[in-house]
Design a protein around this ligand. Structure first.
Ligand code: AMP
Length: 292
């Protein structure tokens, strides 16, 4: 595995691979790897001849009050993990290498960026969309892999790739979870022991919504109240930033469930903001993995 820090070097190496007829996969990350990241890497490894992983804590996607300075980092361990997953290039640019002092160009998908996380993080997805577009131009991948845990991000990236005719296949992979159901996240490292104990109830609240839908509930205002009540009881240390029931592709709010609906939520603990989502198909009968 080679570590590359210079953007133009990454681009030259990837263009040379493409000229050889090789198939390239890209996994963009902010590092502090866990099993969610490695599942993307292993899938990329299977589906392509060359695998590029970017590790860049992108300043443009952090708000002024957010955790850019204390975002967890362990580049040496990450490099060992990436090597173990068969990564060919680990791209670790410095912020100045990605953003010139007079950087002035942004990629925005406002319609999809405004709801859900966009309400409390108004500039976040502009930062994400811009850096991912730049990574696509640098690494020129045939395939790019993202996690469904960040459903809104995945939806925005699919849309920008389509709208800008970027020739990349965007693949979304299932959320990897701890044994108790908590979605893996680099930010879980911020949780206090008691918050960590309560945090799996984020998912359980969303599963509760699914159970109610499968039992016939259709009005999302009622589902919303029921899930908030569940969290108030089981995750009192989490403040609900949002709970939304939206169309899985347009991300528009759904009032009455008629087809597949995405239940998405963010809860704020003391130092960590946790997100999770669940795609619910009202046509499906209750499944055995529903156990609360
Ligand atoms: P991050 O380093 O948090 O920006 O995440 C990099 C990529 O890993 C994104 O595509 C995320 O959606 C994905 N990812 C993060 N956590 C998980 C998880 N628990 N399961 C699956 N993918 C994840």
């Amino acid at each position: 595995m080679d570590i590359v820090t210079v953007p133009s070097e990454l681009q030259a190496r990837c263009l040379a691979w493409r000229a050889e007829g090789l198939r390239l996969a890209l996994v963009p990350t902010m590092g502090f790897f866990h099993a969610g990241h490695t599942s993307l890497m292993r899938e990329g490894r299977k589906r392509a001849d060359r695998l590029v992983v970017s590790l860049f804590v992108n300043p443009a996607q952090f708000g002024p009050e957010e955790d850019l300075d204390r975002y967890p980092r362990d580049p040496e361990r990450d490099a060992r993990t990436a090597e173990g997953c068969g990564v060919d290039i680990l791209f670790m640019p410095a912020p100045e290498a990605m953003y010139a002092a007079d950087h002035a160009t942004w990629v925005e998908v406002p319609e999809l960026a405004a709801p859900l996380c966009g309400r409390s993080r108004p500039t976040h997805f502009r930062g994400v969309a811009t850096v991912v577009t730049k990574l696509f131009l640098l690494a020129q991948p045939h395939l790019a892999l993202f996690g469904r845990k960040d459903w809104q991000q995945l939806t925005i990236i699919r849309r920008l790739a389509r709208d800008l005719a970027i020739p990349v296949e965007v693949l979304g992979l299932p959320t990897v979870r701890e044994e108790d159901g908590l979605a893996m996240s680099s930010r879980n490292a911020y949780l206090s022991p008691e918050e960590r104990r309560q945090a799996p109830h984020i998912r359980k609240g969303l599963l509760f919504a699914r159970k109610l839908i499968q039992e016939g509930a259709r009005e999302t205002s009622l589902l919303d109240a029921a899930v908030r009540e569940y969290w108030a009881q089981h995750f009192p240390l989490g403040r609900v930033d949002y709970l939304s029931f939206v169309h899985p592709e347009t991300l528009r709010a759904v009032e009455h469930v008629r087809g597949p609906v995405l239940a998405a939520a963010a809860l704020q603990a003391q130092k960590a903001r946790l997100i999770d989502n669940l795609l619910i198909d009202p046509g499906c009968t209750v499944q055995s993995d529903l156990a609360l």
